[in-house]
Write a protein that binds this ligand. Structure first.
Ligand code: SF4
Length: 641
């Protein structure tokens, strides 16, 4: 349903003129009257966005902390959604940040109260955030907590009662106490076949999707989910399903500098030995010709050999769960053989389908899966095009492959749409140059601007860059002393889960304090962030929350950067390094500096915030001191040098 514009539109003015006048009134008069600061940077950004919306352009809006950029893009996205009758999509860097934008006293609520608006905003969370009833049913007897979850499901799930009583359920947030590992046993995963599932019409995931698709103003999702939508929309349409997201009037990428990673992730293909095996077993139980059965048996043997070789010829690095796959002749030969046999099977399946004895749906699923395997094996065989690795857990091995370059796909499938795309972030350029981000996203024509933060950082922030002895002992001791003297109230940022867990082992040995330490992954993430915000003395340890975490006030009065956030040594970054002329300057340093700037940016979120930042350097990291200092806001005195 199309909603009323938040301003009057007369015959004398175009929509864009009226929008510009209204936005001017909002920032110069209405918001200051309601106690908001009048910020020149915000007004400047607002008029830049007017042009981007009018010309349906890509706009890189680089705006420092405190410029109030979210309020600006929300006003434009909302007005344009109502003008066009299609919702705007706001894509945040990850699932945690989705909740932040709609949290109590967050930016949307502030706008609603100050402008007397009723904004129809709905969250489109990724499928992994939803309970899979089928998996819960299978695992209910394994643990009391799963049994309780099973019993607490709404009545209509078990008893086919009236669909009129449907309520939304199954969001991971409702099961906040489950650790990541526990959730993995009952949450949706990519191996679930929802199309043929008996619970489909009663599943929380399906109900939730119907709900957000009908949003009239704003849909909030993560970059990953938006890119998954782009990557799957054609195949979903082919299968008679709706795309994951509805058509949008405009798209805003909050923390837009991270979109390239989300794009690669969405185009990543994962292959497990058991999945192909299971599908082919199912297929061979159908009536089919003998020659097709022989090819299936051959593929099963090849599949087993392929995974056996992968396991033998892969090796890992600490700090990454991705194992390098050696391109030995045996592995390449096996990949070629599997590709060839799959091609033969696909040809045979065309004949089989013409005989109408096989189940149509099964045939379609198998064909699609075989084509995906072929695509991934071809990416693997063409070393220039693919990035690949092996992920290993106790029970299984997963071969993972992604395209090295995503710009062509983004250019064709995203930025060719004639709608406004806004990239908002405090860190979009590297030394004022936007070409690194524009090139990596395939964007040729764009507008851009940068505005600095309006905060007086020299009054609000103290910075410490201590040089410590090599090894973790001196770092742990330093961190512990800082936590004691600050009475908790800190965010500690690590570069990996292993690094965080090593600190956890140290912390457990220390005497109890009157503040607690919480760790990412122990509970649902937005619940963890909420706990950190509410319990003013708690310490939050995280390896993901370098960007986007917005916790103003006393709860976060100290940020400790445990290590410089260089990209990990893993196949994804190695592929980037391999194709750079000077990989340190082109890949490692820009990534590290951008992430460090983002991490430091977690401290000061409002003009009332104060606190300290500690960037820990070991002896061998002292050459980076100057670089670390250069990302601090201008005018900050560095202590402990
Ligand atoms: S529809 Fe999909 S997510 Fe829902 S229960 Fe079935 S398989 Fe699981």
């Amino acid at each position: 349903m199309r909603r009323k514009l938040p301003f009057e539109l007369t015959k004398e003015q175009s929509f864009y003129e009226a929008l510009s006048d209204w936005v001017g009134d909002v920032f110069y008069d209405i918001l200051p009257e309601k106690g908001f600061d009048l910020r020149d940077e915000q007004v400047f950004m607002a008029f830049q966005l007017n042009q981007a919306y009018k010309n349906k352009q890509v706009m890189f809006a680089e705006a420092g902390v405190g410029t109030g950029k979210t309020l600006v893009y929300l006003l434009y996205a909302l007005s344009y959604a109502r003008y066009t009758g299609k919702p705007a999509i706001i894509a945040c860097a990850d699932e945690t940040l989705i909740e932040q934008i709609v949290k109590k006293e967050g930016d949307i609520e502030k706008l609603e109260n100050a402008l007397d608006l009723d904004i129809d905003v709905r969250l489109a969370k990724s499928r992994e955030q939803y309970l899979c009833i089928k998996k819960l049913e299978e695992n209910a007897s394994q643990k009391d907590v799963y049994q309780d979850m099973w019993e607490e499901l709404p009545g209509f799930v078990h008893d086919n009662s009236s669909m009129r009583s449907f309520t939304h359920y199954g969001d991971r947030k409702e099961y906040a106490g489950l650790s990541d590992e526990e959730w993995n046993s009952v949450g949706w995963d990519s191996l679930q076949d929802c199309m043929s599932c008996a619970y489909r019409h009663r599943c929380g995931l399906t109900l939730h999707r119907e709900h957000y698709r009908n949003a009239s103003d704003l849909i909030i999702c993560s970059h990953d989910f938006y890119m998954e939508h782009i990557w799957t929309k054609d195949s979903r349409k082919r299968e008679g399903q709706l795309p994951l997201l509805p058509e949008a009037s405009s798209v805003v990428f909050d923390e837009g500098h991270l979109l390239e990673f989300a794009s690669q992730k969405a185009m990543t293909y994962r292959m497990r030995m058991e999945t192909l095996e299971g599908l082919l077993e199912k297929l061979s139980s159908s009536d089919m010709r003998e020659e097709t059965l022989y090819i299936i048996e051959d593929i099963m043997l090849d599949n087993e050999k392929w995974f056996g070789l992968l396991e033998k010829e892969s090796k890992g690095e600490t700090g990454s769960d991705r194992q390098y796959i050696k391109r030995s002749e045996a592995i390449l030969q096996q990949a070629r053989s599997l590709t060839e046999k799959i091609e033969n099977l696909l040809n045979e399946l065309v004949f089989e389908s013409e005989m109408y004895v096989m189940d149509d749906y099964l045939l379609k699923v198998v064909e699609e899966y075989l084509e995906q395997i072929q695509y991934s094996l071809k990416l693997f065989l063409d070393d220039e095009k693919g990035i690949y690795w092996l992920e290993t857990s106790e029970e299984e091995h997963t071969f993972v492959v992604m395209p090295r370059l995503v710009e062509e796909i983004l250019k064709e499938q995203v930025f060719s749409q004639n709608i406004p795309f806004i990239f908002s972030s405090a860190t979009l350029s590297y030394n004022g140059d936007f070409s690194y981000v524009s090139r990596s996203l395939g964007i040729e024509t764009y507008e851009k601007f940068s505005v600095e933060s309006p905060y007086e950082y020299e009054e609000m922030m103290r910075a410490h860059i201590p040089s410590l002895d090599s090894g973790v002992d001196s770092k742990n001791q330093y961190v512990w002393e800082r936590l004691q003297s600050n009475q908790g109230k800190s965010l500690i940022l690590f570069t990996s889960k292993d690094e965080m867990n090593a600190f956890r082992a140290y912390q457990i040995q220390q005497a109890d304090q009157n503040w607690s330490v919480i760790y990412e992954g122990d509970r649902e993430i937005s619940d963890t962030v909420e706990q950190f915000q509410q319990e003013t003395s708690t310490v939050l340890c995280s390896y993901h929350l370098w960007e986007g975490l917005d916790v103003p006030g006393d709860s976060l009065s100290q940020v400790i950067i445990y290590s410089l956030p260089f990209p990990p040594k893993d196949p994804v970054f190695d592929a980037k390094r391999k194709h750079a002329t000077h990989y340190v300057e082109e890949v490692d340093l820009p990534y590290m500096m951008l992430r460090l700037r983002q991490g430091i940016g977690r401290l000061i979120r409002t003009s009332d915030d104060k606190g300290s930042v500690h960037v820990l350097l070991n002896d061998d990291e002292t050459p980076y001191r100057e670089l670390a200092e250069s990302v601090l806001p201008v005018g900050i005195e560095v202590l402990n040098v």
